[in-house]
Design a protein around this ligand. Structure first.
Ligand code: MIG
Length: 825
């Protein structure tokens, strides 16, 4: 009896949650047909449609009854694609649908799907339950193939590798979140799985509250679903992680190039006020010669937090302030919140009411919620008339001289209600379909950025907008950069910032960063300095801190840290050409700037759980110091040859090494064969053109890359207004060749020098020539054309005038590449 009771309790305890006993899976195929690159199957009242968008992108949709509704997606870009050739074959148990590169097997009894690469490798395969419904809920189960690891889902706290965890997606404002806090501000229902070096991706195009399980329910399965909407997902066949991202961003679009100044250092706090304080901060940067491009205005610049107003007391003449700051090279970015204060004396509210822009309950009453200004109404950004209304105020801010927009509170966050957001029954226009907040919640923030981006472009058609957002959805990278919200000034949070930024990067959003030094609390000098060093290698490099906290500027931690922090920010400015090239690559291919090791080395077992290192662009490996008091750290170097960025010491990869990391230095390694473009230090990005353009060559037998430059602000590059040159180098038996390919693009070649620094050159060459012309040897670094060799640093430095022609440099009589690291001074 006792034993039976225990057994019963044990059974009850281990039973899965009972709430989903009612899952109804798709049954056997009754009928099916093929049309073009798509097939549709019917099973009872359910229907399943499988279509090839490209040879490597397959879409799966399923409905429990009736026909497929017209499908509108805020994430997927409408796009004309060449028709895919799909071949269908059938036997008693299976229908096989194949493009040249991908095959979908549809088992008929019951209907279960598996997706395969051309060589037969399984990419994903339905588990026993396949696709199912329970009331309004939808869910898909896939078999977890052994050794399969899970990444993606955008902004998530905790570790980067999502295996054995489960997550929900529901945009939420959670200050001082922790490693296990979920969900957070953004929802990106995209995942990448990697197994034995091979990647595939899945994008679940559903904006309802969704959930993903990577092995909690069972380690033999993974699953995704939502509490409304359709089963509608896309499979990306890879095979590399870069291919998956290229395919995913082919579907949801890519980041447009931001203005180049947005890659400069940015300074924020809640809040710099009044105007004199803003001026003082700006002046201090220039006086101390610490480079800075952007200053933010947090909510206190407004009149009672009314968006699109200026506080008359503290910011009496905003246009004058912004113009003065602009003369000094500062761009000002104010915060804008979605909540519009209910106040008939406030223009945005009055016009918003007249133009019927606010979200309403089904009854027609306007939804009211409490946020910073008090009781507010919320614009329905899915409505064209709302966007037109919003656009006018954005244009006005732009006319006043602001250069970017910081969209906050757009989860949307609502105070004083248990759900912390808009009532789920509230109706959004949603393209005229009039759907609930339950459906539109997760896309609200992205739609706010979309409206803001469009408005900024309308105001200045040939100027690239800059928007920084807290909330977003899949595809939101088309409109805004994103930061990781309200973190904490702690070492743990610095450690979290790395996988968070990487998780966003690997999910399609390249333009990411975290509040440097932490938002809540106060960092000490060391934490701030280490955070700043890490953030040289996050595309968004912005300090921010909460109201009432101590000063958090690069000079706030004493003289020693001030000089360390200056040098750190200067490093960022030196690297701008390299970063800009990586941003361009991201905007063209979807391959992010920050890449987890597993992204670039999917077969490297040392990369699977690596949360403390990453690649920055194609050629730099960054190993930030994330621990108090540490002056050295272990670094996993993937296979290949690596050079220490600071000392040029040469390392064999494929192993872990221990490296020193004094307070002033973040460990960075350069891939062999890299040609790294850098520039002179400036106080702000547009202070002067790149001059000289320095190209540091880390010799390999041969290698090549590209240099891209443009005006950094306009869209002229879309019409050929850029400068694009190939870079290549060749090294064999004591000879070095470096070639800067002929200038492509309509941008005039700048009147400047190009400095080529060849690393690891043992002996001074007997001769260095530029094409037919012999270059002069100099005793010191050349001021004009010429070359210099230092046997102490083993750098051969060649300086030539840039022209539109191919520039080919040839050095003869140097020693061969060293086989092992030499001693360093
Ligand atoms: O309820 O505008 O994440 O960066 O300083 C807080 C004040 C509202 C949250 C943002 C933070 C910003 C703060 N905002």
């Amino acid at each position: 009896m006792a034993r039976a009771t225990i057994t019963l309790i044990a059974v009850l305890f281990f039973l899965p949650p009972q709430s989903h006993a009612q899952w109804r899976s798709v049954g056997s195929v009754d009928t099916g047909f093929v049309r073009g690159p798509a097939a549709e199957f019917h099973s009872g009242s359910a229907a399943v449609r499988i279509s090839f968008l490209t040879e490597e992108i397959v879409r799966v949709r399923a409905v429990p009854r009736g026909a497929f509704p017209s499908s509108r997606s805020v994430a997927v870009l409408p796009k004309d694609r060449p028709a895919v050739q799909m071949v269908a074959a059938e036997d008693d148990s299976l229908v096989r649908l194949s493009s040249a590169r991908t095959t979908v097997n549809v088992r008929k009894h019951p209907l279960r799907i598996s997706v395969h690469a051309a060589d037969g490798t399984i990419l994903n395969q339905d588990a026993a339950r396949g696709m199912a419904w329970d009331g309004a809920e939808v869910r898909v189960w896939k078999q977890r193939i052994s050794n399969e690891h899970f990444y993606g889902l955008g902004e998530k706290s905790g570790i980067l590798n999502r295996t054995s965890k489960s997550y929900s997606l529901w945009n939420s404002d959670i200050p001082a979140y922790r490693a296990d806090t979920d969900p957070l501000y953004q929802s990106v229902p995209f995942i990448m799985t990697i197994r034995d070096g091979r990647a595939q991706g899945i994008f679940f195009d559903n904006s309802y509250r969704s959930s993903f399980d990577f092995g909690v329910e069972s380690d033999a399965r993974y699953a995704f679903g939502a509490n409304g909407g359709e089963i509608d997902y896309y499979v990306f066949a890879g095979p590399t992680p870069a291919d998956v991202l290229r395919q995913y961003t082919d579907l949801v679009g890519r980041m447009p190039l931001p203005p180049r100044w947005a890659l400069g250092y940015q300074q924020s706090r809640w809040s710099y006020t009044p105007d004199a304080k803003v001026r003082q901060i700006a002046r201090t940067f220039r006086q101390k010669r610490i480079p800075c491009d952007v200053i933010y205005l947090d909510i206190d610049y407004m009149e009672g937090y009314r968006v699109f107003t200026w506080n008359e007391q503290n910011f009496p003449r905003p246009a004058e302030l912004l113009a003065d700051l602009a003369r000094d090279g500062f761009k000002v970015v104010p915060i804008i919140d979605p909540g519009i204060k209910v106040d008939t004396a406030y223009r945005a509210y009055r016009t918003g009411m007249q133009e019927d822009v606010f979200l309403k309950y089904p009854s027609g009453d306007i939804f009211l919620g409490n946020v910073w200004p008090g009781t507010c109404a919320f614009p329905d950004f899915s409505k064209p008339s709302t966007r037109a209304w919003w656009s006018r105020s954005i244009a006005e801010l732009r006319e006043t001289g602001v250069r970017g927009f910081w969209t906050d509170m757009n989860e949307p966050s609502v105070f004083d209600v248990p759900t912390k957001t808009i009532d789920l029954s509230v109706i959004h226009d949603d393209g005229g379909e009039r759907t609930t907040h339950a459906k539109n919640h997760n896309v609200y923030g992205m739609q706010m950025t979309e409206a803001t981006y469009a408005a900024a472009r309308e105001a200045r058609p040939n100027e690239r907008p800059f928007i920084l957002t807290r909330a977003s959805f899949a595809g939101g990278h088309r409109f805004a950069a994103a930061w990781t919200g309200d973190n904490v000034s702690s070492w743990e949070h610095l450690q979290l910032a790395v996988p968070m930024c990487l998780g966003m990067s690997i999910s399609g959003q390249p333009f990411v960063g975290s509040d440097i030094g932490g938002f809540i609390g106060a960092p000490d000098g060391e934490l701030y300095a280490r955070w700043l060093q890490f953030s040289v290698f996050t595309p968004l490099m912005r300090t921010h801190t909460v109201i009432g906290s101590p000063d958090q500027e690069p000079w706030s931690f004493g003289a020693r840290f001030e000089s360390i922090n200056r040098a750190t920010i200067e490093l960022r400015y030196r690297l701008l050409p390299y970063l800009y090239n990586a941003m361009r690559q991201a905007s063209e291919t979807g391959i992010p700037v920050m890449r987890p090791l597993i992204f670039s080395y999917p077969s490297d077992s040392g990369a699977v759980w690596n949360d403390t290192e990453f690649l920055f662009g194609d050629d730099l490996l960054v190993a930030p110091v994330l621990w108090l008091g540490e002056r050295e750290r272990d670094v996993h170097l993937p296979k290949g040859i690596w050079y220490d960025f600071w000392t040029n010491e040469r390392y064999e990869g494929g192993r872990d090494v221990r490296v020193t990391a004094p307070l002033e230095r973040i460990p960075v390694f350069v891939r062999e064969g890299a040609i790294i473009p850098t520039q002179q230090i400036l106080q702000y990005v547009d202070q002067a053109g790149v001059n000289p353009l320095t190209l540091t060559v880390y010799p390999a037998a041969n290698s090549s890359s590209e240099y891209y430059g443009d005006d950094g602000i306009s869209f002229d590059y879309e019409r050929g207004g850029y400068l694009l040159r190939s870079l290549s180098q060749l090294r064999e038996s004591g000879e070095l060749r470096f070639t800067l390919g002929r200038a492509n693009g309509a941008l005039p070649v700048p009147n400047r020098f190009v400095d080529i620094r060849l690393i690891g050159v043992e002996r001074a060459p007997g001769m260095v020539s530029l094409g037919e012309r012999k270059l002069l040897r100099m005793r010191a670094l050349p001021a004009g054309e010429g070359w210099h060799h230092s046997s102490a640093t083993r750098v051969l430095h060649v300086r030539v005038k840039e022209s539109g022609d191919e520039l080919s440099i040839h050095a003869v009589g140097t020693a061969p590449t060293p086989k092992s690291p030499g001693p360093r001074p």
